[in-house]
Design a protein around this ligand. Structure first.
Ligand code: URA
Length: 232
């Protein structure tokens, strides 16, 4: 349960003082009943909150896309380093958001940040086969041996990787597709071929690809249609 004035303020941009005034003017209803106190506690998700008859309910779940810059850790908190949550706009600060999956500190690109644990589990579980696509640059020329090795399943110390795609796009560059997300997976996979990853950018999850107008460090909500493509 949360204070009504806090919720209305978060949802509309009115200050708490202004919300008090709205209540005094009988402009706010909860479950179709005019409220008389702005500090009452309500359930922000299941109670119906309206201002001037218009629903201002809190969205049940939030799904944000972030174009992660280097230098940020994929965690909800860190003692020393900035986390990806610091790039999330302030209006989402009352939610229990977390990054769905990890990108290394020096990896850039598409991250999904949400408060929907079930959705996150579904897109991350290798059993669901949601592919993740990465642009990679390595320090030695790409080889066909790497392509077939990735396809057959590279052997890492924590077990054999599922079949992965590698498409060579330049002497040192390629596009990798994975359906799992182990610790430093792409770096370790190339390591098996004596190569070091020098640049790594996630460009896709499922059939959704990083929009070209989403600048590094920018964060916005997915549309429903975009979110559907993530699961494909
Ligand atoms: N593989 C890696 O090695 N690092 C990432 O950040 C993502 C995949």
């Amino acid at each position: 349960m949360e204070r009504l004035d806090k919720i209305v303020s978060n949802q509309t941009g009115y200050s708490r003082k202004e919300v008090k005034e709205l209540v005094r003017n009988k402009r706010i209803m909860v479950n179709d009943v005019v409220v008389s106190k702005s500090e009452i506690k309500v359930d922000p998700i299941n109670d119906l909150i309206s201002l001037d008859g218009e629903n201002i309910n809190v969205k049940k779940k939030v799904y944000l896309m972030l174009n992660k810059p280097k230098g940020y850790v994929s965690a909800t908190e860190d003692k020393e380093l900035p986390t990806v949550l610091e790039l999330v706009p302030i209006e989402y600060s009352h939610r229990d958001l977390f990054p769905a999956g990890r990108l290394d500190r020096d990896t850039t690109g598409l991250m999904l940040i949400t408060d929907d644990g079930e959705f996150a589990h579904n897109i991350l579980s290798p059993k669901k086969h949601v592919k993740k696509t990465y642009n990679v640059t390595i320090d030695i020329p790409m080889t066909e041996e790497m392509v077939s090795g990735f396809k057959d399943g590279v052997n890492l110390i924590d077990g054999e990787c599922k079949s992965a795609g590698l498409e060579i796009t330049g002497q040192y560059t390629g596009v990798v597709t994975l359906v799992e997300g182990r610790y430093h997976q792409i770096k370790r996979m190339f390591g098996c071929f004596g190569a070091k990853v020098v640049e790594l950018e996630r460009i896709g999850m499922g059939n959704f690809f990083l929009p070209s107008d989403l600048e590094l460090g920018e964060c916005r909500e997915f549309t429903e249609e975009e979110l559907k493509r993530v699961k494909e």
